[in-house]
Design a protein around this ligand. Structure first.
Ligand SMILES: C[S@@+](CC[C@H](N)C(=O)[O-])C[C@H]1O[C@@H](n2cnc3c(N)ncnc32)[C@H](O)[C@@H]1O
Length: 280
């Protein structure tokens, strides 16, 4: 049975207020396909009954969190879009190695990392191409709103389909072990990445200052004001010459002038305009 208009609006409002996810009218099918299985699992006869039960709760609780989790779009893959990782390998990391040879510390953040392929790609790339970093302190942080994807990310366990997408065969052989029908990352890579829950539109926890931030294919779902707020907050947790990668369909242009885009190799990298220049 199709969802009532009021219940669709309620869910669209919940997604917007809790995660800045925009579900426009016409996307009723999305709500139905994502939430119907949960409604059934929870024993409701219809999706409307389930949403009515949510609406009857005075304070949003775990049922609401579960619904928002299910409404997230978690599409990702190893080496997604390829070029950002080539730029990291050819340009950014060699320069960072020169700059940081005294401190021997590097830090990376994959924000909205979904099931972990992005931060693990960074980890594998470092191990594969930069053996000189083996005695450095490398911090790779992966965060996401969805507890479901973070659980898989922490396990580092992937289906055949997931490892077939973007991962070179040599990496699969070297860094994964086959366990039943899954491919599980070896501990030396898995332990390089620390995952934690984080909602980009709620207050942020105290974060380290990162050399490189990947925040790809998530702001695309947000309105301009939310993008502005997030880009500003990223400036506060990025090293002065740090690098920001966005998704291929994303940009800071016409949103936040405090970023300078540069083409490095075949990817666009954003750097924060130095505070003094920004104030001038
Ligand atoms: C399409 S995936 C992108 C994954 C990865 N960054 C990539 O580009 O392959 C978008 C991710 O953003 C997460 N997300 C959506 N809204 C969020 C929010 N408000 N705060 C944090 N993560 C969010 C979703 O849970 C989902 O895993």
């Amino acid at each position: 049975m199709p969802l009532t208009a009021a219940n669709f609006q309620y869910i669209a409002g919940l997604a917007r207020d809790s995660a800045a996810i925009v579900i426009d009218p016409g996307k009723e099918y999305l709500v139905e396909t994502r939430l119907s299985p949960i409604a059934e699992q929870e024993g409701f006869a219809t999706l409307d009954d389930y949403i009515n039960a949510m609406r009857a709760e005075r304070v949003p609780g775990t049922r609401h969190e579960r619904a928002v989790d299910a409404l997230t779009t978690n599409e990702t893959s190893f080496f997604r879009d390829f070029h950002p990782f080539e730029t990291l390998r050819q340009h950014i990391i060699p320069k960072l190695i020169e700059q940081r040879s005294g401190f021997k510390r590097l830090s990376f953040w994959s924000a909205a990392c979904s099931t972990g392929q992005e931060p693990y790609t960074i980890a594998m790339l470092l191990r594969e191409c930069f053996p000189q970093l083996n005695d450095w302190t490398i911090q790779i942080v992966g965060t996401d709103l969805s507890p479901t994807v973070l659980k898989q990310a922490g396990r580092g366990s992937y289906s055949q389909f997931e490892v077939n997408r973007g991962l070179p065969a040599s990496y699969l052989i070297k860094y994964f072990t086959k366990v039943d029908d899954r491919w599980v990352l070896k501990d030396n890579i898995r332990q390089m990445v620390k995952f934690s829950p984080m909602n980009l539109i709620k207050p942020w926890p105290i974060l380290p200052v990162f050399d490189v931030v990947f925040i790809r294919n998530v702001m695309i779902y947000f309105d301009v004001e939310t993008k502005k707020r997030i880009l500003k907050r990223i400036r506060n947790c990025l090293q002065p010459a740090g690098s920001l990668f966005l998704g291929t369909a994303e940009t800071t242009m016409n949103i936040d002038p405090q970023w300078t885009p540069t083409t490095l190799g075949r990817a666009t990298v954003y750097q924060a305009v130095p505070a003094l220049a920004a104030a001038a």
